[in-house]
Design a protein around this ligand. Structure first.
Ligand SMILES: NC(=O)c1ccc[n+]([C@@H]2O[C@H](COP(=O)([O-])OP(=O)(O)OC[C@H]3O[C@@H](n4cnc5c(N)ncnc54)[C@H](O)[C@@H]3O)[C@@H](O)[C@H]2O)c1
Ligand SMILES: [Zn+2]
Length: 409
């Protein structure tokens, strides 16, 4: 059979189908708005939004889809990951946002856009049908361009999925549609599959952490690297290090299932801290896993103060540490400044969130990780439809999986 002919036939079939689809949607049933431009699909009049209306409770609400202005983009949501920040909001509402449309690790397809929308935040063309993600919005400093942002962090930036509710309501990715207002940061990621797109935001956290680690000058191609904590954050850290070509990566955690997955994502060895009594024995375990050496560099990826105290012991004299496990205040940790930092001359960096530049790097990382066969998509262990968002959050809090995602039908 001539493969090329088959492809042409398939393409013709698709074109005919899509033409039929346009014909149908112009006489739109169910009160759907007719498409206003070429290539646009019919859009319903209303969209479902999962609103967190009380602690530990979402309601699925229905809101009208607003008119899309000249600078706006309307996205049909395909899916969105549940983040640790969503879990905090769900349990305690620390930002005081209730009622709020949550979900910032989302992605979907552009179904309508204003006439002034031409390019994404990286200068890539945008069209109806493109798959996009949003990033934080740098309202307070509009002059910053994407590639000037190395040192810029998240302070003062707004994030879809953490915006106060307003009369638009379609402000979070846990919904059918997201309304992206002019001036927002948006990226065309049509060349990534759905699960990769959902993982962009947490992966950007680790791209940033690795960039911070590189700034010490200690993290090198042949470094021995310890990664402590094998939740999604530590696991992605391992995948990034492996994708960069680093071979000697020891994962430290107490959950054997997570340690086993760490190996699939590129760890060369693992240490289960529950098998060791006391920090000296554990340090020896890490050293043994490196073949008799301490780590040149370590990433601290737990929110545990004990984890912070321990990690200095795993690092050689003159080595480096990136602490990224405390996105929120997890309490004080005790270290011995003489033994842990001063006499060892450890170089430490902190890392918090990411920059726009890290976002762009993340797209390349996700493609490279797949190319070398890392099963990054397996980080998404559970998926739920939008109407089961309360169950999805409870599964997330139970910590029985890794990344939990809402996938729209
Ligand atoms: N820097 C940032 O911008 C940023 C962004 C997101 C998350 N975070 C932080 O990263 C941390 C990890 O996130 P996650 O989603 O992977 O969390 P998680 O809770 O799923 O994973 C943490 C892992 O650490 C392990 N652990 C706990 N104590 C340990 C110890 N003493 N030694 C070794 N392992 C230990 C746990 O078994 C678990 O597997 C969180 O505390 C979060 O606040 C930081
Ligand atoms: Zn997040």
């Amino acid at each position: 059979m001539d493969v090329n002919n088959v492809n042409v036939e398939e393409i013709v079939r698709q074109v005919l189908l899509s033409m039929e689809g346009r014909g149908q949607s112009a006489s739109a049933p169910n009160g759907a708005a007719a498409p206003s431009g070429q290539g646009e699909k019919a859009i319903p009049k209303t969209a479902r939004v999962a609103m967190l209306t009380a602690l530990e409770h979402y309601d699925i609400k229905e809101f009208p889809i607003p008119e899309v202005g000249d600078d706006d983009i309307l996205v049909k949501v395909e899916g969105c990951g549940i983040c640790g920040t969503d879990a905090h909001e769900f349990k305690k509402d620390p930002f005081g946002l209730i009622p709020v449309a949550l979900g910032h690790e989302g992605t979907g397809e552009i179904v309508r856009m204003g006439k002034n929308v031409k390019k994404d935040s990286a200068g890539k063309d945008l069209h109806i049908g493109d798959k996009v993600v949003t990033c934080m919005i740098f309202k307070d400093n509009p002059d910053i361009t994407m590639f000037d942002l190395n040192k810029q962090n998240v302070g003062g930036a707004d994030v879809y999925g953490l915006l106060p509710d307003d009369d638009i309501h379609l402000n979070g990715w846990f919904s059918d549609y997201l309304f992206i207002r002019g001036g927002s940061t948006v990226f065309n990621v049509s060349d990534l599959d759905l699960y990769s797109r959902i993982l962009i935001e947490p992966c950007a956290v680790l791209v940033h952490a690795v960039e911070r680690a590189k700034s010490t000058g200690i993290l090198r191609f042949n470094s021995r690297v310890a990664v402590q904590g094998c939740g999604p954050i530590g696991l992605i850290c391992i995948a990034i290090l492996r994708t960069m070509g680093i071979q000697h990566i020891i994962a430290v955690d107490g959950e054997q299932k997570r340690l086993d997955f760490a190996k699939q994502l590129g760890a060369s060895g693992t240490v289960n801290f529950k098998e060791f009594k006391g920090i000296e024995a554990l340090t020896q375990g890490v050293k043994d896993a490196f073949g008799g050496y301490l780590a040149d560099f370590a990433f601290q990826c737990t929110g545990s103060p004990a984890g912070h105290s321990n990690i200095y012991k795993f690092i050689r004299n003159g080595g480096g540490l990136c602490e990224l496990g405390f996105f929120i205040n997890g309490g004080d940790a005790t270290i011995n400044p003489h033994f842990d930092i001063c006499s060892k001359e450890i170089t430490t960096v902190g890392s918090w969130v990411y920059t726009l530049r890290d976002y762009a790097t993340t797209f390349d990382f996700l493609k490279s990780a797949k190319q070398i066969g890392l099963p990054i998509e397996k980080l998404i262990t559970h998926t739920f439809p939008l109407n089961q968002i309360n169950e999805a959050h409870k599964t997330n809090l139970a910590m029985s999986g890794l990344k939990i995602a809402i996938i729209n039908q």
